[in-house]
Unconditional design. Structure first.
Length: 386
């Protein structure tokens, strides 16, 4: 069972970048909008970095852990910060798992801590790129639409027995494009850090205030997984950059913000018929290979085929989570699975994922879709309001 190991920090080597190379990098950065998009312009030589900060919110005197990702300066421009390969300290509370599934209280300290690996170059406490610099792909897209530069943020909401790291791979990718991303632990989270009496809406409202004060955020988007998808589609307020619900959403969506709902036929927790019943009647269905965020303000995507070669079926409920988060769960829960199945304890598709292990394959095709959805609507946010 893996315990946290502090990774050594290696300083980045400086490279000489000629003016011609800078101009070329700028042109390439503007053209790329793919999964591996270079989203910083030539001012940093095309070497985009993701800044990361772990902090806490205070809600009614209680604390809620928060992770923040944001577009950052290249490391040579903030010498006090260096890349951290494993920047995410992820505590899984066994006590919280037992409490949520069985209603039995155990000592809160019972659990294990894991050090999760970043998928991108992540620099803790790096200096953020200011919005007015126009150095990110998002700002360039806004300029092309004759809109003023503005900071846009996306909030991630996890599901029951989830964590703020569940879709860390998406948060990193969105930060590369130019978004500030914020993910917070809720009361039902694996960390067990948030008291049950603090509601999700209270936490998100406080988080929005923090984003506006620290990053001057003007427009918001929200994405959620499982019960977090319900949060993303039911939360009051204005999310002009869009709302994305993955593997779960609140029924009767009638809000004016753009919507993308994603579901899988292989989901054994939030089953496809339930999702279909919850979808608005005017949703336009999309295919992975031909996704077009401009086709409608309300979009749906149903996954009916395996996304991993020779996989037994389509993605399951937790196939949408980052591989790092799922690896930590496998390390902790695999020995307990036979006992849970014998006692008929819900395992939330954990058994299905052990056979599929398709997080990376799902991410390769789905993350670009979500990125493009948010980027498209963030680059038109003011126009939707007129």
């Amino acid at each position: 069972m893996a315990l946290p190991v502090v990774a050594s920090k290696a300083p980045e080597q400086r490279r000489h970048v000629t003016p011609a190379l800078r101009r070329t990098a700028f042109q390439v950065a503007l053209a790329l909008t793919s999964y591996s998009a270079l989203s910083c312009a030539a001012a940093v030589g095309g070497r985009c970095a993701v800044g990361y900060r772990s902090t806490q919110l205070r809600v009614r005197g209680k604390r809620a852990p928060v992770s923040l990702w944001y577009p950052a300066r290249a490391p040579r421009e903030h010498r006090g910060s260096s890349r951290e390969p494993k920047p995410y300290r992820h505590f899984i509370s066994v006590a919280k798992i037992v409490e949520v599934l069985q209603g039995t209280e155990l000592p809160e300290a019972l659990g294990w801590q894991y050090q999760l690996e970043a998928g991108e170059a992540v620099f803790p406490d790096a200096l953020p790129i200011p919005a007015e610099s126009q150095e990110t792909e998002l700002q360039q897209r806004r300029v092309e639409q004759d809109l003023p530069v503005a900071n846009c943020a996306v909030i991630f909401a996890h599901g029951y027995l989830g964590s703020r790291f569940d879709m860390l791979h998406l948060c990193e990718k969105l930060a590369l494009r130019g978004f500030v991303c914020a993910s917070v632990d809720f009361a039902e989270g694996l960390s067990g850090a948030v008291p049950r009496q603090i509601a999700r809406q209270e936490i998100v409202q406080e988080l929005i205030l923090r984003l506006r004060s620290e990053f001057a955020v003007q427009h918001l988007g929200i994405v959620g997984h499982s019960a977090g998808g319900g949060t993303a589609t039911a939360l009051p307020g204005e999310f002009r950059c869009g709302r994305v619900a993955v593997a779960g959403l609140a029924p009767g969506y009638a809000l004016g913000d753009p919507l993308l709902a994603v579901a899988s036929e292989g989901d054994g927790v939030v089953r496809l018929p339930r999702v279909l019943q919850a979808l608005p009647g005017d949703v336009v269905m999309q295919d992975l290979g031909t996704f077009d965020p401009s086709s409608s303000r309300r979009l749906g995507m149903l996954l009916r085929q395996p996304l991993k070669a020779r996989a037994a079926g389509p993605p399951c409920h937790i196939s949408f989570l980052s591989e790092e988060s799922n690896k930590a769960m496998i390390s902790l829960l695999s020995p307990l699975l036979p006992v849970a199945q014998m006692l008929d304890v819900p395992v939330l598709d954990f058994d299905a994922y052990l056979k599929l292990q398709d997080s990376q394959d799902v991410a390769k095709v789905l993350l670009p879709v979500i990125e493009e959805f948010f980027s498209y609507h963030a680059s038109r946010a003011e126009k939707w309001a007129t």
